[in-house]
Design a protein around this ligand. Structure first.
Ligand SMILES: [Zn+2]
Length: 509
């Protein structure tokens, strides 16, 4: 045989398209070329493959070796094609039998000695290979991650010689075991540590139940970050599908992905100096940013001193649930359906409305401060809650705070109702589905209509109130949304016009 084809996959965004590695050994002067527009890094692969073959005792066939990675227009980064190229050369030069590599995908970067080094983005690749029904051979170090593609046939090899022994029927390769449980946030900080703050705790619980975005407004030191961090401990578990999507994004980012945490909802809190690119992703070979790493989890923006421009880039993914990154001729798309939690001071000095201190900010400065977040984000946040400084009485109180486990149980039950009713969290109900699915009774809609008018709520806010009211009814275990649920939901629209007090009078009226 002088021709061989071996299968592999490229990686672009979460897409892992099939690549056919074709090897032809022809007559002519000894030469080795790789075509198919591979990037520099693939050309370097030539040197590694040549050295690995020699050090494993194989002969580089005499003649002209041409390697074609098809299709030509896919980006092909990384050393993942070393192994299929090496195996293709061995099959094309009759040093290995071809049969064992039918319907088999090969991945791995070779060391000069023939060891297989791990590659990046294994999970999205393994999931695609699984759907195609192919056997996959990954570097042994990637086997734990590849195991998450649990219905696929996934094998691991640490060395080129192991793959060769397998091809000759002389040895087996270890198969991926069952994926780890992927513990939920068992070690997340507990709400039992928070004194008082009944209203903020309530907002957290509603946000967790329906996947709603949340803005906390309060003076420095009132415990906004402390509360936000405790959201992780009460969020409902991810479905397997969600967990795999999220793990696939983490796998692409490479850094810090721990397979044993694959079922844990992400909680990302980028620093306010983070650039727009760090937030949304990018780079010459696009990588996911914070918003994608927070996919199916929480993106926490603490004290949004973020640039207005940086916040502005969040607008589109908040609506669409994904982000498209264009670089030169190609586009990469990453999922980014995150739950936004933001914390801000009420004014630049932080003391507005604080009974213990006096605010010295001018109305102009306060307006400028708020406008930084209001444009891009405020209208898109479901719940606003004030987090006052905890008074000395509450701190001295010996009444224990409720631990997270209780809220987590209510949240899980409320989320289960949503999934059963509509297959998605309440925050993801869209357009006409909002009215249809919330099952609000006549009194509830009447109250909401009055509130719209009196508080001059936008149409967008109308839908937000309904979704939140639906989550409140789900926590209460009620089938229909009633006026008391709508009334509570309206109290969480504080920033729409400082409506807190007005809403209260409306409800009591
Ligand atoms: Zn102030």
């Amino acid at each position: 045989m002088s021709f061989a084809t071996v299968l592999s996959r490229s990686q672009q965004g979460l897409e892992a398209a099939l690549v056919r590695v074709e090897v032809h050994v022809g007559s002519g002067l000894p030469a080795f070329s790789i075509v198919g527009l591979p990037e520099t890094v693939v050309k370097e692969s030539k040197d590694r493959v040549r050295a690995a073959l020699a050090n494993c005792g194989f002969e580089l066939p005499a003649g002209h070796i041409t390697v074609n990675l098809a299709p030509a227009d896919l980006p092909k980064e990384g050393g993942r094609f070393d192994l299929p190229i090496a195996v293709g050369i061995l099959v094309a030069s009759d040093q290995l039998p071809p049969g064992p590599f039918d319907a088999t995908e090969l991945y791995g970067e070779l060391s000069l000695g023939g060891e297989l080094h791990p590659i990046r983005g294994v999970l999205p690749t393994a999931l695609q290979g699984m759907r195609a029904g192919h056997t996959m051979i990954f570097p042994a170090a990637n086997l734990g991650e590849a195991a998450l593609a649990r219905h696929g046939r996934v094998l691991g090899a640490a060395h080129l010689l192991e793959v060769c022994g397998f091809a000759r029927g002389l040895r087996t390769l270890p198969a991926a075991g069952a994926p780890p449980d992927g513990n939920r946030a068992a070690d997340a900080p507990d709400l039992a540590d928070v004194c008082g703050q009944a209203r903020a705790r309530r907002a957290l619980e509603i946000a967790a139940a329906g996947g709603h975005s949340l803005l906390m407004i309060g003076p420095p030191g009132s415990g906004k970050s402390m509360l936000a961090q405790r959201l992780a401990g009460i969020l409902p578990e991810m479905t397997e599908e969600e967990a795999l999507e999220t793990a696939a994004v983490r796998s692409l980012a490479g850094r810090g992905f721990r397979v044993e945490e694959w079922r844990r909802r992400p909680f990302r809190s980028p620093h306010h100096t983070a650039s727009a690119m760090a937030l949304v992703g990018g780079g010459a070979r696009p990588r996911p940013g914070e918003i994608s790493l927070a996919h199916n989890g929480v993106l926490f923006l603490d004290e949004p001193e973020f640039d207005r421009d940086v916040l502005e880039v969040l607008r589109e993914p908040i609506e669409s649930g994904h982000i498209v990154i264009s670089r030169a001729a190609r586009q990469s798309e990453f999922p980014a359906r995150f739950q936004l939690v933001a914390a801000m001071n009420p004014c630049p000095c932080g003391h507005l409305g604080d009974p213990a201190s006096t605010c010295r900010c001018t109305p102009d400065r306060i307006a400028a401060y708020r406008s930084r977040i209001s444009g891009p984000l405020l209208d898109r946040i479901d719940l606003h809650v004030e987090v006052p400084r905890v008074g000395p009485d509450e701190i001295a109180s010996t009444a224990p705070s409720e631990p997270s486990a209780f809220a987590a149980r209510r949240v899980a039950a409320a989320r289960a109702r949503q999934l059963e009713r509509q297959g998605r969290a309440n925050s993801r109900l869209e357009g006409g589905a909002v009215l249809e699915r919330t099952l609000a009774d006549g009194h509830a809609l009447e109250l909401l209509g009055t509130a719209m008018h009196r508080l001059a709520l936008s149409a967008r806010a109308y839908h937000r109130v309904l979704r939140v009211a639906r989550s409140i009814a789900d926590i209460a275990g009620e089938e229909r949304v009633r006026s008391e649920h709508v009334a509570e939901a309206i109290t969480f629209r504080q920033l729409d016009r400082r409506v807190g007090g007005a809403a209260a009078s409306l409800i009591s009226a």
